[in-house]
Design a protein around this ligand. Sequence first.
Ligand SMILES: *[C@@H]1O[C@H](CO)[C@@H](O)[C@H](O)[C@H]1NC(C)=O
Ligand SMILES: *[C@@H]1O[C@H](CO)[C@@H](O)[C@H](O)[C@H]1NC(C)=O
Ligand SMILES: *[C@@H]1O[C@H](CO)[C@@H](O)[C@H](O)[C@H]1NC(C)=O
Ligand SMILES: *[C@@H]1O[C@H](CO)[C@@H](O)[C@H](O)[C@H]1NC(C)=O
Ligand SMILES: *[C@@H]1O[C@H](CO)[C@@H](O)[C@H](O)[C@H]1NC(C)=O
Ligand SMILES: *[C@@H]1O[C@H](CO)[C@@H](O)[C@H](O)[C@H]1NC(C)=O
Ligand SMILES: *[C@@H]1O[C@H](CO)[C@@H](O)[C@H](O)[C@H]1NC(C)=O
Length: 664
Amino acid sequence: MFFKLVIVILVSLAAAEDLNFTYNGFLSANLSLDGVAQVTSNGLLKLTNDTGLGHAFYPNPVTFKNSSTAAAFSFSTTFVFAIRPGLGPRLGGHGIAFVIAPTRGLPGGFQNQYLGVFNETNNGNANNHIFAVELDSFQDPELGDINNNHVGIDINDLRSVNSTPAGYHALNNGGFRNLTLLSGQPMQVWVEYDGIQKQINVTLGPINVDKPHIPLMSLKYDLSTVLNMIMYVGFSSTAGSLVTSHYVLGWSFETNGQAPELVLSQLPKLPRIGGKKISNFLTIGVPVMSVSLVLLAISSLIYAIRRKKKFAELLEDWELEYGPQRFKYKELYMATKGFREKELLGSGGFGKVYKGILPSSKTEIAVKRVSHESRQGMKEFVAEIISIGRLRHRNLVPLLGYCRRKGELLLVYDYMPNGSLDKYLYDQPVVTLNWRQRFRVIKGVASALFYLHEEWEQVVVHRDVKASNILLDSEFNARLGDFGLARLYDHGKDPKTTRIVGTLGYLAPEHARLGRATTHTDVFSFGAFLLEVACGRRPIETQDQDLDVVLVDWVFSCWKRSNILEAIDLNLGSEFVAEEVELVLKLGLLCSHSEPSARPSMRQVVHYLEGDIPLPELSSLGLSSGGLKVAHREGFDDSAMSYPSSMGKEMSYVPESSLLSGGR
Ligand SMILES: *[C@@H]1O[C@H](CO)[C@@H](O)[C@H](O)[C@H]1NC(C)=O
Ligand SMILES: *[C@@H]1O[C@H](CO)[C@@H](O)[C@H](O)[C@H]1NC(C)=O
Ligand SMILES: *[C@@H]1O[C@H](CO)[C@@H](O)[C@H](O)[C@H]1NC(C)=O
Ligand SMILES: *[C@@H]1O[C@H](CO)[C@@H](O)[C@H](O)[C@H]1NC(C)=O
Ligand SMILES: *[C@@H]1O[C@H](CO)[C@@H](O)[C@H](O)[C@H]1NC(C)=O
Ligand SMILES: *[C@@H]1O[C@H](CO)[C@@H](O)[C@H](O)[C@H]1NC(C)=O
Ligand SMILES: *[C@@H]1O[C@H](CO)[C@@H](O)[C@H](O)[C@H]1NC(C)=O
């Protein structure tokens, strides 16, 4: 009866001998867990949870030996694991071990370096009856670890019987490839024991390759002395103080046969590396950053385009020779602080003038912005401007250079601190000039015009001599400016409608009639300027709606009455030299002669002013009021004026045939 019972037990044990199980994820598994080990909601076996120690065992006992021969059976197991280091330094908390132990769980195994398998006292003790395969990511020199990334076969002792750096032999003689246990990537392990050959094979491989044909380790060892008849299989792992999580994703086991293959596609997914912090970074940080980067790129592009447009210039091949005279628009923009209103010096003839300081040389400059739509004649004009820039005379405003943009020409002059002469003459000036200063100004302008007409290599016609174009330097020396600009507007597209630009009152009758500027027309303007300076009045002043007072007519009438000094500027008081004033007024009348050839040349003018030769008697020249002919406002077709009020006093008009009869 008793024997019968024993036989029954033996038979039942024998029936349990060929065991196999497969876990593709552990959701439905009834594992025996202890420590911090847990099965996560998606079926991962998480042996450690950043910290601590954990064991997980197959709940049922496994028969490992033939009851009659006491020889260990063959067995085979495979599992997929991953070691995830925390956010700290990648030290990696110890490792993970597959264990065959006499008990379900490892009650005495708790210490870090012993992987939760052994403790200091029992390590190396043959009575342990423990077989383990360690995947160790930490080097414990006291336990003879070869490095911090190795696989070892441990028998009763964590001092491995055999160990080797983690890696695998790639298929088809692909050579040995290292693997990093702490990479966080899942890897597969195969542990196989051949009970007949008494050989243990351990094979490691990345999850995405087939099982390597050559095992990582192969050890001849008879496990019969190590294993008991009944054993438990499972895993052990410690993180210790080194923040690490150890996962097993799937596991299969079989005694006396090949472990069933895992279905890799069914294995649970590992959490994203770095956990929530990273995933927040990925789901919020990365898109926000990408959007910001794109916006940044777009706005920098827009900025660059705007900037390019803002500082765009026109530069054509023919200008290359003028390199030294060309200014960069950006430079002028900086110099004038962006052409801001505060830097505006005036908005007289042809455009606005801004004060500026060149950033490079700290030179004070005046920048004139001349709007100019047509490119016609621009080449000639710039050539002329440049040649004028080479003019050097102490009574000329030095032209430093130019810059050309679309529809705009910028001329750069020396800055004249005392502004233009007209400010000191009419409209109840705050400061006026005394006669000495005025006479000096007159002589200076005469000298400059003489230089332009006769002393330079080419004849230069100024075309717009008038008080507002005379600038005063720091010592109140006259400086003739704005030369040549009238010419820019003078290039008629249609010869029949030649536009004449000049200033009413300064414009010689034949200039208006024939539309051609000559040195004689400059002399005529100079005459008007002389009267202007001596009388402190504009050449034409509108007193009533219809009544224009023409200065030259008035001075002429004073002269007729033999009292030419009556015309003198009352602001001068009695502080003047009568002979000089008389000379200037008479010379003014002389220069205003309607017959160009009757006007003196600038050379003669200079001599008269210097007193080198006496002024001829006006009466002997047959000067009559009929001979003083200025271009009157009436008689011009107002509609033909191309620059009305917005351009100030400058006007252009189509000469009328009625004027032709006005000449002598
Ligand atoms: C696993 O064991 C069962 C009996 O428990 C058996 O029917 C099955 O064929 C075994 N599978 C493998 C792959 O050995
Ligand atoms: C361990 O896991 C649990 C649940 O997943 C969590 O609440 C706990 O904070 C974790 N402990 C550590 C130390 O990470
Ligand atoms: C789980 O295993 C334990 C032994 O570890 C056993 O008592 C229990 O009945 C098992 N439960 C299931 C559902 O298999
Ligand atoms: C145990 O060994 C004996 C003798 O070699 C053999 O006949 C028997 O089949 C073995 N039992 C198992 C379960 O392998
Ligand atoms: C070590 O483990 C053995 C076996 O589990 C146990 O008997 C012993 O008390 C443990 N030693 C220490 C110091 O914990
Ligand atoms: C593999 O690792 C060993 C040390 O473990 C190292 O000496 C060898 O250079 C590594 N090989 C490659 C290809 O990284
Ligand atoms: C172990 O590996 C060796 C060498 O590759 C091989 O000959 C043997 O069949 C393997 N044994 C098992 C049980 O896989």
